[in-house]
Design a protein around this ligand. Structure first.
Ligand code: HXC
Ligand code: NAP
Length: 279
């Protein structure tokens, strides 16, 4: 689908790049010629992913353990990343989430999720942006949000609040930093099964199945489908896309929003019975 040198010469930081979708995007970026810098809290997970990536692609992968809720730790991590070579692209992918009734969410639980998703993404974005602006470099920030960033969602209140904030950051900076050669874009994924998300958000097998298949295409997304979109959006080929969010969910949220989407469950006999009788 892409030229093998699409991302040649690009150095890409992926937060939460050791697992799940961050790992899938990282593999695709390496295949397309990029250098990778990944961070997350668990050093052993990052080391294992870096090893697998190098073995599979022969590409350069650096990593640093960092809790992105800590702004000083983020500064140190990004300083170390730039010291190896200027970062060209930031992917705000790290997240925290869990299914809980809002009335059961403690202030520490709220802070844990908003700290990772909103504050962490903002710290990383500002740390990269300041360096790009100071040195007159171009840059791209890709943030992974969710389809409920616009609509909100029951039972994931902290995540919904935080993802809405990341969407606002994407749109605000597109206008403010566009003139400085920095693009900010986002992806809103539908269901892409990962251990991290499914272990926290799909408490029963039937719920996991429903989450994966209720969209009009009747299947979950494949990681490579998201990784290809993420490669296009950060590449120079997407140079005129700024401040927008691309949804990749098989049509899931539209189906949920359409007032009569449930009518797909009617039987043929029921459809026939509703037709006007021939005179
Ligand atoms: C209620 C919970 C909870 C739960 C944790 N807490 N899990 N409250 N229900 N299920 C509370 C704890 O009791 C504690 O509050 C507070 O949250 C902090 O918990 P810790 O375990 O100390 O925090 P920490 O170790 O920092 O872990 C952060 C985390 C955890 C967010 C809670 O889940 C995590 O590390 N997640 C990272 C990976 C992840 O979530 N991936 C999924 C992303 S999927 P008290 O008051 O008791 O001290 C996604 C999109 C999904 O974002 C869309 C799918 C279609
Ligand atoms: P995941 O595997 O759990 O990824 C989350 C990553 O974030 C982990 O690598 C985790 O590593 C890292 N992380 C969490 N807290 C961190 C912190 N404080 N500091 C640094 N890193 C931290 O889940 P995923 O499904 O791949 O999710 C990736 C992204 O896609 C998230 O933004 C998520 O909201 C979004 N998304 C996913 C889906 C889906 O269907 N999977 C749908 C919509 C949106 P450590 O635990 O080692 O820190």
């Amino acid at each position: 689908m892409f030229r093998a040198d699409l991302l040649e010469g690009k150095r890409i930081l992926i937060t939460g790049g050791g697992t799940g979708l961050g790992k899938a995007m990282g593999r695709r970026y390496l295949e397309l010629g990029a250098e990778l810098f990944i961070c997350g809290r668990r050093e052993e997970v990052l080391a294992e992913t870096a090893k697998e990536h190098r073995a599979a692609t022969g590409g350069r992968v650096d990593f640093a353990a960092c809790d992105i809720r800590d702004p000083e730790a983020v500064e140190r991590m990004i300083e170390a990343g730039f010291a190896v070579g200027p970062i060209d692209i930031l992917v705000n992918n790290a997240a925290g989430n869990f299914l809980a009734k809002a009335e059961d969410v403690s202030h520490r639980a709220l802070d844990a999720v908003i700290g990772i998703v909103l504050h962490g993404a903002a710290y990383c974005t500002l740390a990269c942006g300041k360096r790009w602006i100071a040195s007159g470099r171009r840059g791209v920030v890709l943030s992974i949000v969710t389809t409920y960033a616009w609509t909100g969602s029951g039972y994931v209140l902290p995540s919904a609040m935080a993802k809405a904030g990341v969407l606002a950051m994407t749109q605000s900076l597109a206008v403010e930093w566009g003139p400085k050669g920095i693009r900010t874009v986002a992806i809103a994924p539908g269901p892409f099964p990962t251990e991290g998300a499914w272990s926290r958000l799909a408490p029963r097998p039937d719920m996991a199945r429903e989450l994966e298949t209720r969209n009009p295409l009747g299947r979950p997304g494949e990681h490579i489908e998201l990784a290809n979109l993420a490669a296009f959006l950060v590449s120079d080929e997407a140079g005129y896309i700024n401040g927008d969010v691309v949804t990749i969910d098989g049509g899931e949220w539209l189906k949920g929003a359409g007032q009569f989407s449930w009518a797909g469950r009617l039987t043929e006999a029921e459809w026939r019975a509703m037709r006007p009788k021939k005179k």
